[in-house]
Ligand binder design. Structure first.
Ligand SMILES: CC/C=C\C/C=C\CCCC/C=C/C(=O)SCCNC(=O)CCNC(=O)[C@H](O)C(C)(C)COP(=O)(O)OP(=O)(O)OC[C@H]1O[C@@H](n2cnc3c(N)ncnc32)[C@H](O)[C@@H]1OP(=O)(O)O
Length: 329
């Protein structure tokens, strides 16, 4: 009975969350979840629900530094006739992966995943010159421990959702994509990048004193191999598109104005493969990594909180943030 009730609550909550997000009715969502004890019960149920590597969403909602508006951070164009959704990231100025963005992202992917008519997802950016600047450093700087936890859970969730998606996922990388932006594209099945030497992609974390989580290392290794991963992560390397192509960090380069069209064409090819065979194969390839990560998820959380809240880490992040801001002034 309890298990049944849980699943009913979960289904209702998920449906409500998805609906609320898509109707931009987040005020209603916040009001409904105002009671913290209800929220935390819901959170633990949602985040513990997992099947076949598909992980359910954690509905974390917080007003963000420059995201305290209710304007959506994603625009999803779903074409019923092709079964393909194009998700445009629109979180100005640089599509940083803030808690608010990640929350919206997870809900949107979950909603598409539940819609059996949606078979393919193209991820791209509405911001000029930037695909995504990676994790929002403001969410990792000067916050309370509970906030670090909430943020990291959303980061883990984003990765799991994308990496374990049943849909064909293609990253149409129409701008720079450092760190978390690179991770996001690496979680997709295929990466097409704009051939513009001013853009970069890779993992620069060590350059400003932080370390990628172990699951990021694992996922990257499966794509570019141990040696390229080692060099990239230790030295904090960002690559121009042609070097990224050489090491296999992206699959294809195309002129900037053809990124989305090429992604759409490529999607048609992928969707010509019988879904069940492709899905089972994708699961066969990715499930070992997903299972491994799921088994260390809580340890990863503790490691993150302890690392990010260290004075020395905070100092380095502060210096890096100042440097980013000075760049403009
Ligand atoms: C033991 C280990 C255990 C656990 C792990 C521990 C830690 C885990 C960390 C996880 C890994 C972290 C991953 C990350 O993603 S960290 C983020 C890394 N990202 C970057 O370094 C990119 C920084 N940004 C840039 O390089 C440029 O902004 C970019 C994307 C090339 C675009 O350039 P441009 O168009 O010129 O834009 P500006 O640089 O002028 O930036 C405009 C504006 O945005 C602010 N900003 C940029 N990036 C971020 C960001 N990631 N987060 C927050 N804010 C960002 C920038 O400061 C400017 O702000 P302003 O106020 O001046 O407008």
């Amino acid at each position: 009975m309890d298990a049944y009730k849980s699943s009913v609550d979960f289904a209702e909550a998920t449906a409500f969350l998805s609906h609320a997000c898509y109707e931009q009715d987040k005020m209603a969502l916040r009001a409904t979840l105002k009671n913290k004890s209800i929220l935390s019960g819901l959170l633990s149920r949602l985040s513990s629900c997992s099947s076949h590597g598909r992980v359910c969403v954690s509905p974390v909602l917080v007003a963000q530094r420059r995201n305290n508006s209710t304007s959506p951070k994603l625009k999803v164009d779903f074409n019923q006739s092709t079964g393909v959704a194009v998700m445009h990231m629109q979180n100005p100025p640089v599509n940083s992966l803030s808690l608010g963005f990640l929350t919206e992202f997870c809900i949107a992917v979950e909603k598409l995943e539940m819609d059996k008519s949606c078979r393919g997802l193209i991820l791209t950016s509405s911001q000029p010159k930037v695909f995504s600047a990676g994790l929002d450093i403001m969410d990792m700087y000067g916050k309370k421990l509970e906030q670090y936890e909430e943020f990291w859970r959303a980061v883990q969730e984003m990765w799991l959702k994308l990496y374990s998606s049943n849909m064909v996922t293609i990253a149409a990388i129409n701008g720079s994509s450092p760190a978390g932006g690179c991770l996001m594209s690496l979680s997709c099945d295929y990466r097409i990048m704009a051939d513009n030497p001013r853009y970069s992609i890779g993992f620069n974390e060590t350059q400003f004193g932080i370390v990628v989580p172990v699951w990021c290392k694992e996922a990257m290794t499966t794509i570019v191999g141990h040696r390229n991963t080692e060099l990239t992560l230790e030295l904090g390397l960002l690559y121009n598109p042609s070097d990224a192509l050489k090491i296999g960090l992206v699959d294809q380069l195309v002129p900037e104005d053809q990124v989305l069209a090429t992604a759409t064409k490529t999607m048609t090819k992928w969707l010509a493969i019988p879904d069940h065979a492709r899905r089972i194969t994708k699961s066969m390839m990715r499930k070992p990594t997903i299972d491994k990560i799921m088994s260390i998820r809580e340890a990863d959380m503790q490691q993150y909180i302890s690392f990010i809240s260290k004075d020395s880490t905070q100092k380095m992040l502060g210096t890096y943030l100042e440097m980013l801001k000075k760049k403009r002034g």
